[in-house]
Design a protein around this ligand. Structure first.
Ligand code: ADP
Length: 154
């Protein structure tokens, strides 16, 4: 059985925290699909094509990582791409509270898929896409928080 994990998120934008979770998971899984969710209720700073193309660039060095976008339920997309794991990162206890709810409901909806959590490195626990968007909207330099392959136009 191929061990295929889906790493779902908004990735607006993708950060070094996200990258670390994906790279550390490659010892556990044969393939990781980074799935950029299309959520019509969220207003994004970066459009979908931009987010997908940045993530492709970050993982140019490995063919174990694929990038896709999806709308609708994460469990439905898992079925579509035949993923048997959902990968999520945990930074803080508030992440845990949120992730527990989603993970338990996803388990009820699709029992054959297990959610696997990887703890963030301590140095990544304060990094969030929300904070990065805030820095950018206010004209600051957020480059230290994103992979080198991601460059923001001035
Ligand atoms: P969502 O919109 O689903 O919260 P995000 O793009 O914010 O998507 O995050 C996707 C996943 O990455 C989530 O599991 C989140 O907890 C995790 N994550 C976000 N930032 C970090 C970080 N700095 N370190 C480790 N994991 C992170």
């Amino acid at each position: 059985m191929i061990r295929r994990a889906l790493f779902p998120g908004s990735f607006d934008p993708f950060t070094i925290g996200h990258e670390s979770i994906v790279r550390r998971s490659l010892d556990l899984f044969d393939e990781v699909i980074i799935a950029v969710g299309i959520n019509s209720t969220k207003t994004n700073l970066f459009n979908l094509d931009q987010r997908v193309s940045w993530i492709n660039k970050v993982f140019e060095d490995t063919d174990k990582v694929k990038v896709a976008s999806y709308a609708g339920l994460t469990v439905d997309f898992c079925k579509k791409v035949e993923a048997n794991f959902i990968l999520r990162g945990l930074r803080t206890s508030s992440d845990f509270g949120f992730e527990r709810g989603i993970g338990q409901v996803n388990k009820a909806l699709l029992p054959e898929v297990e959610t696997v959590f990887i703890l963030s490195l301590p140095e990544h626990s304060a990094i969030s896409s929300t904070i990065i968007r805030d820095i950018i909207r206010n004209g600051g330099d957020a480059s230290q928080f994103v992979p080198d392959a991601i460059t923001f136009k001035k």
